[in-house]
Design a protein. Structure first.
Length: 413
């Protein structure tokens, strides 16, 4: 399978580093072959110019076997001269390379597993080293034990702040989190953070706005160092903290919840979440199933992050249908359709702009400017390993806490 063909008007995104001003984001491809039309727009090639903040950018890589007017065809996922990538392409025209297994297929697919190397040749950082399992926090065995440990963490954070010391950090290295993704989460107690206005007795663990009840959680031991500090926890799990909102922690006995409910849980990589969406949202995505993997790819994730931020600067929220229509008014139908599918993955399943696709969350407290989409890089810092759950038979929070005794609500400070 090849990569979607790039055309005039398709977006590229640059790293938020030099060359160019910081931050440095890209714009649309501005030049193409007027005699080769794909989806109503001129096809882009290596060397064709793209609008950029600062000096113009150019497509710098493309297909090794498909030439357009003598130059390699540019595609979604191909690089630009400033070190960025083309992040939008025409989904029904796929352009491949030679050398792939099985004959003429491409060497890479846009819906694949990632764009960042899992390892590199630089010296290993502390985050790249695995911690012996016996030295990691012991897994709690009861809800009262969880509450006691949260209280202890709260005291430790208060003491650090009083003495001007650094706050406690997660005991899990990136290598430890990668191991969790590979082996699966095996703790009895998991944690979810919700706005308090959704945490009443009639609320549910899952997204209150979605018909398909799903939720994102992580293990207790990955978050207990943040105690009940809402900002620290939101940063760790990749949720934008709202200073004017109040938050509640849901402590969940996931083993008991699985026994009493009809649930499906998995590590939310791009591939796993795309496969789930094609089944759970098959009516919404009928005839567009092939686009789901594309919009969850690392390349398109870079564009989606840019689009959400760009809309926000225009005081638009892509969650709002009217705002979405306003933002996409000047887009061609193909580009608009792809963005709509990606927004549906956010609205209906909760895959927000920070979704990395590798099973880990983005650490919003990290000093890193660029979002690490794609494969886990052991020399980078991440948030937590997370789990995605589809609850086919959701119960109210009141029933889960007061009747089933498998959940505890804890207000966050």
């Amino acid at each position: 399978m090849g990569k979607p063909a790039a055309r005039v008007g398709d977006m590229h995104v640059c790293p938020k580093t030099n060359p160019g001003p910081v931050p440095h984001v890209g714009g649309p491809i501005a030049v193409g072959s007027s005699n080769v039309i794909i989806g109503g727009m001129p096809a882009a090639r290596v060397g064709d110019m793209a609008v950029c903040i600062g000096p113009p950018d150019k497509a710098s890589s493309g297909s090794s076997t498909v030439l357009i007017n003598g130059k390699p065809a540019a595609r979604m996922g191909d690089s630009s001269g400033h070190g960025g990538k083309i992040v939008v392409g025409y989904p029904t025209v796929l352009i491949g390379d030679s050398g792939g297994s099985g004959g003429g297929g491409a060497a890479a697919s846009p819906a694949g597993g990632g764009s960042s190397p899992a390892n590199n040749s630089s010296p290993q950082s502390t985050s790249a080293k695995q911690t012996p399992k016996e030295k990691l926090p012991q897994k709690p065995q009861s809800l009262p034990e969880c509450e006691e440990r949260i209280a202890q963490a709260k005291d430790e954070i208060a003491a650090c702040r009083a003495e001007g010391k650094p706050l406690p950090q997660s005991p899990y290295t990136t290598a430890d989190k990668k191991r969790i993704v590979e082996e699966g989460l095996d703790e009895k107690y998991i944690v979810r953070i919700v706005e308090t206005k959704y945490a009443g007795d009639d609320g549910s663990i899952g997204n209150p706005h979605a018909e398909v009840k799903t939720y994102w959680t992580t293990t207790f031991t990955q978050l207990e160092h943040a105690d009940s500090d809402a900002k620290l926890i939101c940063d760790a799990v990749g949720i934008d903290h709202k200073p004017d909102s109040e938050y509640t922690m849901l402590l969940i006995d996931q083993e008991a919840a699985a026994e009493t409910g009809d649930m499906v849980s998995f590590i939310p990589t791009s591939k796993n979440l795309s496969n789930f969406a094609r089944q759970a949202l098959k009516d919404e995505f009928k005839g567009k199933e092939h686009l789901v993997g594309i919009v969850m790819s690392p390349e398109y994730s870079e564009y989606y992050e840019f689009a959400v931020n760009d809309a926000k600067e225009q005081e638009l929220n892509l969650w709002n249908p009217k705002d979405f229509e306003s933002y996409t008014a000047d887009m061609d139908e193909s580009t608009k359709e792809i963005l709509k599918i990606r927004q549906d993955m956010n609205n209906k399943l909760g895959a927000n702009k920070h979704f990395l696709g590798n099973g880990l969350t983005k650490d919003l407290a990290s000093s890193s400017r660029a979002t690490p989409f794609g494969d886990i890089d052991l020399n980078r810092e991440y948030g937590v390993a997370e789990v995605f759950t589809h609850d086919k038979n959701p119960k109210t929070l009141g029933k889960l806490e007061q009747d089933d005794h498998i959940l505890k609500r804890i207000p966050l400070s």
